[in-house]
Design a protein around this ligand. Structure first.
Ligand code: ADP
Ligand code: ADP
Length: 232
């Protein structure tokens, strides 16, 4: 079955009608599928992500991940955002390993597996071209490098679902297109289900198997289109 399934999800942030951000939005993504959600600013794309990951409870409708109803924030998702959320006092390597500390909070087991975890972090960093920067701090990296690091962090715990909210929105055009290649490579190696929110239609066409288009606020998915992307 589907890995993610939103069924007629409505989400209202407050009491008044004006706070309705989603109305009857439905979406499914199959295991390993790359789905892009595009739509105008403010239509509810981030809200859709918050609902899908349990960060915000829908007012109506159901969200299922791996067939289970989502009723609290999921720890088994990878996430990356437009703004760097790397911790400035941690090195690249330690930022990438952060989710492992959260899914495995027992200090003793964490210590026992440290070498193995460090190895998988180094492998991911090599895949995105950040070998040699393991001990750098975020403020020593360019914006593009910070997003490479953020992508590694989002995948380190091998999540089945990767949620990306405008991850390249703050990058210049050239860096952005480099990052498309990086993300595609990571996806092909790890093959998570990806839901990518973007307002860049070219980005969606380059990366996705399927594009979902949202209407203006309050958003719902009004159109979808399969993309025949050649896959290696
Ligand atoms: P998009 O990601 O498509 O730009 P968002 O999902 O961020 O859209 O926002 C959809 C609408 O919901 C916007 O009008 C926004 O102002 C509103 N909104 C988002 N988050 C909140 C919140 N926490 N409280 C109230 N309104 C919010
Ligand atoms: P919890 O909120 O209790 O962590 P979740 O529904 O988020 O529950 O996770 C379900 C189970 O999957 C938990 O037992 C959790 O430890 C485990 N888990 C969390 N992250 C991962 C992961 N990356 N890979 C495999 N299992 C995980």
């Amino acid at each position: 079955g589907a890995l993610v399934e939103l069924e007629n999800v409505s989400l209202q942030y407050g009491e008044s009608e004006f706070t309705i951000a989603l109305r009857d939005a439905s979406l499914t993504a199959q295991p390993g599928e790359f789905v892009a959600v595009v739509g105008p600013s403010g239509c509810g794309k981030s809200t859709l992500m918050k609902a899908a990951t349990g960060l915000w409870k829908p007012s109506k409708g159901t969200v299922r991940v791996s067939g289970k109803v989502v009723d609290r924030p999921l720890s088994i998702v990878g996430m990356a955002f437009q703004n760097s959320t790397l911790l400035p006092w941690r090195t690249t390597l330690d930022n990438v390993m952060l989710p492992l500390e959260i899914v495995q909070p027992h200090a003793s087991r964490l210590a026992a597996n440290r070498a193995e975890y460090e190895q998988s972090a180094r492998e991911l960093l090599a895949l995105v071209g950040l070998s040699g920067y393991e001990n750098a701090f975020p403020w020593q990296l360019s914006g593009g490098m910070q997003q490479r690091c953020q992508l590694c962090r989002s995948l380190i715990h091998d999540p089945k679902l990767l949620m990306l909210d405008e991850p390249f929105g703050a990058l210049d055009m050239f860096t952005r297109e480099e990052l498309w290649q990086v993300l595609q490579k990571l996806w092909l190696v790890r093959r998570p289900t990806v839901v990518l929110v973007t307002h860049d239609l070219r980005e969606a066409v380059f990366l996705a198997d399927r594009i979902l288009v949202m209407s203006a606020r309050p958003g719902k998915i009004i159109f979808e289109r399969q993309i025949d992307n050649p896959r290696p």
